[in-house]
Design a protein around this ligand. Structure first.
Ligand code: ATP
Ligand code: MG
Length: 335
């Protein structure tokens, strides 16, 4: 009887696992979508180089970090080396050029916290934001993409966590919840902490890639093709990892003292970061260290109301993973 029970359990977990993998597969963008993005990006490159021959364009964010779901907007960064440029002028000029080429809904938001030009391509239907000289975002995009190459479970877990966060309304920094970027860092850190570890800590390994951006040295081991199979001693399945991820953030994380750090692959303390007091609007109620801008807490947008919302959502998810007969549906129910 016991054996039969164990076997039933096994079957349930396997079925759950297959269901999570199916959700992951349904979120991955199809090949033709990625091809369209590339094509549109090349058009932008052509338009930009006519006006600024030395300038370069980079894709960043979810269209380039391998954590983008189907039908995402694309994020583009224009870099111009000239230190003399006036950012607003360049963005207004860029908006003119794009408008003249029949791109639609072109808007220069020069007074935003991160000034951008927004536009839509009527041919492919792709929407796009272009920012200026935001090279750190290009570099952290590469770091995320490199981590994703090491073990497929990172991409699977992050897609499911992002999908959950969007469905439950906890993926909006302007409402005090977390960015997609923060959720991916939480997934990387979580997989660095599994035993056996599923991901290494690339910034603690020998440097093969290094760049200095805004006076910050960004250095890490980027020959990730040599690390395939790194996590293969750990046999945890995606269903187990989703369970453990929510269990961690619901019941095990030390919100009072802990800072998660992908840079060191470990847990730091608020005290050593000097993140123990509220300074201005930074309350440090959930602490996620940026891997390169290490004085930057990605949880700083979270306030005393949204921390409650966030923790209740983690607890709801953990309960569902533990007790719900059909977690793959209930987890993503709209709030
Ligand atoms: P989505 O699929 O939701 O669009 P995304 O990966 O594009 O996800 P965003 O949170 O929109 O994620 O951020 C886009 C990019 O901007 C990130 O990949 C990162 O490079 C950069 N970024 C976003 N927020 C921050 C931040 N607080 N600090 C540094 N870089 C950030
Ligand atoms: Mg984005």
């Amino acid at each position: 009887r016991m054996l039969k029970r164990q076997m039933q359990c096994r079957l349930d977990i396997d079925r759950l696992n297959a269901a999570f993998l199916a959700i992951y597969e349904s979120l991955v963008p199809p090949e033709e979508e990625t091809a369209k993005q590339k094509q549109f990006f090349m058009l932008l490159e052509k338009l930009v180089s006519k006006e600024w021959p030395e300038a370069r364009l980079y894709l960043y964010g979810s269209c380039a970090n391998s954590f983008g779901v189907s039908k995402s907007d694309i994020d583009v960064c224009l870099t111009i080396e000239d230190a003399e440029i006036n950012k607003s002028e360049v963005l207004l000029k860029l908006a003119d050029i794009l408008q003249a080429d029949n791109l639609q809904n072109v808007q220069a938001l020069t007074r935003a916290r991160v000034p951008i030009v927004k536009l839509m391509d009527p041919v492919t239907g792709i929407s796009c934001d272009i920012c200026l000289n935001n090279v750190l975002a290009v570099v952290n995009t590469k770091l995320l993409r490199d981590y994703a190459q090491i073990d497929v479970r990172l991409r699977q877990l992050a897609f499911i966590v992002k999908h959950w966060a969007k469905s439950r309304g906890v993926n909006a920094t302007y409402q005090g919840t977390l960015s997609s970027y923060a959720y991916v860092l939480m997934c990387i850190h979580f997989l660095q902490q599994r035993r056996p570890a599923i991901l290494p800590c690339l910034q603690e390994m020998g440097t093969t890639y290094s760049a200095i951006v805004d006076d910050i040295r960004c250095a890490y081991f980027d020959q990730v093709e040599k690390l395939r199979g790194f996590g293969s001693r750990n046999k945890e399945t995606i269903a187990q990892l989703v369970w453990a991820f929510f269990n961690y953030w619901a019941y095990r994380h030390d919100y009072a003292n802990g800072v998660i750090s992908v840079r060191t692959g470990s847990m730091l303390s608020k005290r050593e970061k000097d993140w123990t007091r509220r300074i201005g609007n930074d309350r440090h109620l959930i602490c996620i260290e940026d891997p390169f801008e290490i004085s930057h807490d990605l949880g700083r947008v979270v306030d005393k109301f949204s921390i409650k919302v966030l923790r209740e959502e983690f607890e709801r998810a953990a309960e569902i993973m533990q007790y719900d007969p059909n977690p793959c549906v209930t987890l993503f129910e709209p709030y």
